[in-house]
Write a new protein. Structure first.
Length: 287
C-alpha cells in the first residue's frame, strides 16, 4: 500500500520548451509541487511565474544532476515523481554520423536518464513510493531511415524501462513509458538543423540526406501524418493521467500517428515495412 505521507514532488527535465514546458504547466495548475528544470534557468522564468519551482539542471553534467536532486531531497525528503523529458534528435545516415555525435546523442537521451534514475531511487525506495516517467517515442518501437542514432537512443530507453519496471515494482515504484508520435513543436526544425553537416557533404548519401530532411520537415507541416499529430499538451495530459492512475500502464502511445504507425509496424514483416519505407524515402544505391 502506498505511503500517504510520501513526497509526491515532481521533477521534470527539459522544460525550456515543448513537452517539458507543457507538462510542468499542466501539473502545477493541477496542484502538484513541480520543479521545472533546464540547462539555463533563465529560459524558464515564465514557469516560475506560473507557480513552478525552477532549478538549473544539465542532464549531461553529473554534478548538476546531483545538485538538483539534493536540493529537492533537502526540502521534501525525496523526489516523488521523475519525468525524464530532456532529449533531442540526431539525424543522418549511420555511416556518416560521427562517433562523437552518436555519443552526444546517448549522453543526453540515455545516460542522463539513467543517472537521474539512479539518483532518485534511494529516496523513493526509502519512502515506499515513486513514479518514473520516461519520454520515449513511437520511434522507440519502430525505425525510420536517417534516424538511426535517435531511434537507437529511444530503443535503449524502452529496454531500460522494461527492466527497471520489474526491478522496482516491489518497492512501490512505478515505471511508465510515454510514446509520442508527431508533436508540433520545434522538434522537426532541430532535427533538420542537426543534419547541416550531412547536407553539406557530397557522397553516396547526398540525395538521401536531402530527402530525409525534406520528409522530416514535411511530415510535421503537411500531409497525412501532420493531420494525425498533436500538441505538447496532449503528451502532458497523458503524463498526468499516468501519474493519477493507481495502476498505470507500462506504455502510453500519444497521438493518432503513434497509434497508426505502431499498429502498422506490428502487423508488417520486416520486408513489408522496408517496402513501405521505400515509398517515403529514396533508398541509397550505387550510381
Amino acid at each position: 500500500m502506498a505511503n500517504e505521507a510520501a513526497s509526491k514532488v515532481v521533477l521534470v527535465t527539459g522544460c525550456s520548451s515543448g513537452i517539458g514546458r507543457a507538462t510542468a504547466l499542466r501539473l502545477v495548475k493541477a496542484g502538484w509541487v513541480v520543479y521545472a528544470t533546464a540547462r539555463r534557468v533563465e529560459s524558464i522564468h515564465e514557469l516560475a511565474e506560473a507557480g513552478c519551482r525552477t532549478l538549473a539542471l544539465d542532464v549531461t553534467d553529473d554534478a548538476s544532476m546531483e545538485q538538483a536532486v539534493r536540493t529537492i531531497e533537502a526540502e521534501h525528503g525525496a523526489v516523488g515523481v521523475l519525468v525524464n523529458n530532456a532529449g533531442y534528435s540526431e539525424s543522418g545516415s549511420v555511416e556518416e554520423i560521427s562517433s562523437e555525435r552518436l555519443r552526444r546523442q546517448f549522453e543526453t537521451n540515455v545516460f542522463g536518464v539513467h543517472r537521474l534514475i539512479q539518483l532518485v531511487l534511494p529516496g523513493m525506495r526509502a519512502q515506499g513510493f515513486g513514479k518514473i516517467v520516461n519520454l520515449s517515442s513511437m520511434g522507440g518501437r519502430l525505425t525510420f531511415p536517417g534516424g538511426g542514432a535517435y531511434h537507437a537512443s529511444k530503443h535503449a530507453i524502452e529496454a531500460l524501462s522494461d527492466a527497471l519496471r520489474f526491478e522496482v515494482k516491489g518497492f512501490g515504484i512505478d515505471v511508465v513509458l510515454i510514446e509520442p508520435g508527431l508533436i508540433r513543436t520545434g522538434f522537426s526544425e532541430a532535427a533538420v538543423g542537426g543534419m547541416s553537416d550531412a547536407l553539406a557533404k557530397p557522397g553516396p548519401y547526398e540525395a538521401f540526406n536531402r530527402a530525409v530532411a525534406r520528409a522530416t520537415k514535411e511530415s510535421y507541416e503537411k500531409g497525412l501524418f501532420s493531420r494525425l499529430g498533436g500538441e505538447p499538451d496532449d503528451v502532458a495530459k497523458a503524463i498526468e493521467r499516468a501519474l493519477r492512475a493507481r495502476r498505470p500502464k507500462a506504455r502510453y502511445p500519444v497521438t493518432a500517428s503513434a497509434h497508426a504507425l505502431l499498429a502498422q509496424r506490428a502487423m508488417l514483416p520486416d520486408w513489408a515495412w522496408d517496402a513501405f519505407l521505400r515509398t517515403q524515402f529514396p533508398q541509397p544505391r550505387a550510381a
